[in-house]
Design a protein around this ligand. Structure first.
Ligand code: FDA
Length: 393
């Protein structure tokens, strides 16, 4: 005998739990199935353990999707303020860190506890360590055969996330279900991920490993101003993670280090005031010392400032503000915070998240082709899309 529910949600992550809360509150009998031993594992490790649970500026422009308008409806009907209201109701202390990013004061576990408490209050059941074997359509809904026996429900919500961090149980399950039911896909790829460099360039930049610097990183018309970090594998830091979602293999990115600093004026003034100084000494007033030394040496500006022409200083400033780099690749799903692409939004109703061609089947969260910037946007999408499906399933 199959266990019967109104709604089965596969995936007890951010989106799945949010959906279960909404559907449960509407009086639907809900079960959430997850193969992991604990719910919300990505929430637990997010934001360095403090969960950047939303961004007060979240709007559809902060998301990448083949259809940039798709996320509008769900985001408008469940806003950052709506999530903050739940957080406040549970007495969870939070603070704004930077750029509208909200973090827990104490621990990401507070958010997981909040969601599981809300699920319990809504009457939704949580079945962990539950492996999904098969999913099929029946005359009345769906039959899901699992390690815990068969389940049947009128509505099936797929909330199993993307491929990022396989070590944490990411499976690509949602994509297989989309394929099984004939839904189109936008090719998944790693997003918010450090970029790697080819061996020669990596060797050249090895003295910079560990240095962080404020930067503007550009790819085409897209630019982000945040910290950039040189690593022993290549480039990382928020500015790089952000641009990585726009970057494609073979493309160049442009780095502008300390983008607001008028280095040409600084160098010319220093040359006039004390021409005996080394170029790197002047740069080191505004950039990390090892980086200043590297930049001066790369341009072979070893002679004192007084001996440097305007042209030579101009070349140096271009190297600082227009540094073009062609990354070799990315660190891939092993470290990517999110998966770009996924279930094509063309096949999904933007209001309910229901598959247009398969009534009763819903896709929410990261498995859908909607990916946010770094900074709490991805959780906001998980909450908003989960809420939309919870209202409809
Ligand atoms: P999510 O991946 O959270 O949940 C999917 C669930 O499905 C999991 O519980 C999984 O076990 C389960 N599952 C998968 N396959 C299954 C299968 N075959 N059978 C059964 N169950 C299955 N975002 C943000 O806004 N702020 C932040 O601070 C961070 N920080 C962050 C740090 C790190 C290290 C990572 C990797 C990611 C972030 N993110 C983030 C991104 C954020 O974690 C992500 O966008 C959401 O967790 C996506 O929520 P979902 O519910 O869609 O998937």
């Amino acid at each position: 005998m199959a266990a019967r529910y109104d709604v089965i949600v596969i995936g007890a992550g951010a989106a799945g739990m949010m959906c279960a809360i909404g559907a449960g509150r509407r009086g639907r009998r809900v079960a959430v199935l997850d193969h992991a031993r604990a719910p919300g594992e990505k929430i637990r490790i997010s934001g360095g353990g403090r969960c950047n649970f939303t961004n007060i500026h979240a709007g559809h422009k902060n998301f990448l999707s083949a259809n940039p308008h798709f996320a509008k409806s769900a985001l408008a009907r469940f806003t950052p303020q709506d999530f903050i209201a739940i957080v406040d109701r549970h007495g969870i202390a939070w603070h704004e860190k930077t750029l509208g990013q909200l973090f827990c004061d104490n621990s990401a576990k507070d958010i997981i506890r909040m969601l599981t408490d809300e699920m319990r209050a809504a009457g939704a059941e949580l079945r962990l360590s539950c492996t999904i074997d098969t999913v099929e359509k029946t005359a009345t809904g769906f039959r899901i055969v699992t390690s815990e026996g068969p389940f049947e429900a009128a509505s099936l919500v797929i909330a199993s996330g993307g491929r990022s961090i396989p070590k944490m149980g990411a499976t690509g399950f949602a994509y297989r279900i989309a394929e099984q039911f004939g839904l189109a896909m936008v090719e998944p790829r790693p997003g918010l991920v450090p970029l790697t460099l080819e061996p020669g360039l990596l060797e050249r930049l090895s003295p910079l490993s560990g240095i962080a610097v404020p930067a503007e990183v550009r790819h085409g018309k897209t630019a982000f101003r945040e910290a950039l970090l040189f690593t022993h594998r290549g480039l990382s830091g928020p500015a790089i993670l952000q641009i990585s979602s726009y970057w494609r293999e073979g493309d160049e990115i442009t780095l502008s280090l300390e983008p607001d600093m008028d280095f040409l004026a600084v160098l010319k003034t220093a040359r006039q005031a004390n021409g005996r100084q080394a170029v790197q000494t002047v740069l080191a007033d505004h950039l990390p010392k090892r980086l200043a030394q590297f930049l001066a040496e790369e341009q072979a500006l070893n002679a004192p400032l007084a001996d440097q022409s305007d042209k030579a200083l101009g070349r140096l400033v271009a190297a600082i503000h227009e540094w073009k780099i062609k990354p070799a690749g990315s660190e891939g799903y092993r470290t990517a915070e999110v998966t770009l692409g996924g279930v094509d939004t063309a096949g999904i109703d933007s209001r309910s998240m229901e598959a247009k061609a398969v009534p009763g089947l819903y896709f929410i969260g990261e498995c859908v082709d909607v990916t946010g910037w770094l900074g709490g946007y991805n959780f906001q999408w998980a909450w908003a899309s989960g809420h939309a499906a919870g209202d409809a399933a």
